[in-house]
Design a protein around this ligand. Structure first.
Ligand code: ZN
Ligand code: FE
Length: 256
């Protein structure tokens, strides 16, 4: 199986998985680079997986479905270009011979879902849309901090070697903020150096892994004493895990 991040717009990745013959695509906000990749590698598009309704994740769905006949799978509680198979927590999707489990991850949007395949050439695979980024998490457009914290907790509980396919190259900006939260985190300092080198070579920092994110992502570390202390410096009224998570998210929103 081949996993490929197809760059789109300024900083999106449209993740393509293929077996050399058939392909699936996740969150195709733009059809053109997907058509190009399918043509270059002589692949037949079998399935389109959609995590949430935003245009940069759905803009190419209809053109790809019409041209290829691919099946579309998406969140039951959101409006995406139909027809599609609506999915909610606990549902499974068969695609490319893999079994994807659907996980509800409200927060960025109200009906956001993630797709988790327990087995893929030995490593589990996660398509998490705009919920989890390397070093960060999605903005809370439709959900509450408590919902997003619960969603991230579910992703953090997946196997540590899970390959995490995030849909934006936001890593460098996220790590700049993460270093403001935890300036003495040695794992974070090392990861920042490695990601800087990747970006200087024009390479993606993604995919990441759950183990990596647990070491460096402040939004998965909001219960760590250092992060709690940082949250309280930003908002002295942040007295429990939800308000501390909210404080870190708010601080990131206004971080320059
Ligand atoms: Zn989004
Ligand atoms: Fe997005």
């Amino acid at each position: 199986m081949f996993l490929t991040p197809i760059p789109a717009f300024d900083d999106n990745y449209l993740w393509m998985l293929d077996d050399g013959r058939r392909a699936l695509i996740v969150d195709p906000g733009d059809a053109a680079p997907v058509f190009q990749a399918l043509q270059d590698r002589q692949l037949q598009l079998e399935s389109i997986l959609v995590t949430h309704h935003h245009a940069d994740h759905t803009g190419g769905v209809e053109a790809l479905r019409r041209a290829t006949g691919a099946k579309v799978f998406g969140p039951a509680r959101e409006r995406i270009p139909g027809p599609f198979t609506p999915l909610a927590d606990g549902d499974t999707v068969q695609a490319l011979g893999l079994n994807f489990q659907v996980i509800d991850v409200p927060g960025h949007t109200a009906g956001h879902i993630a797709f988790f395949a327990p087995e893929r050439d030995g490593s589990p695979l996660l398509f998490c849309g705009d919920t989890l980024f390397s070093g960060g998490c999605g903005r809370l457009f439709e959900g509450t901090p408590a919902q997003m914290l619960a969603s991230l907790d579910r992703l953090a509980a997946l196997p540590g070697n899970t390959v995490v396919c995030c849909t934006h190259e936001y890593t460098m900006g996220n790590l700049r903020f993460a270093l403001a939260v935890e300036p003495d985190n040695k794992d974070l300092i090392g990861y920042h150096a490695r990601c800087t080198a990747l970006r200087n070579n024009g390479e993606p920092t993604l995919p990441t892994s759950i183990d990596q994110e647990l070491l460096i992502n402040p939004f998965l570390r909001t219960r760590h004493p250092t992060v709690v202390a940082a949250a309280r410096r930003f908002d002295p009224a942040a007295h429990d895990e939800n308000t501390q998570f909210a404080a870190i998210r708010q601080w990131k929103n206004q971080f320059k």
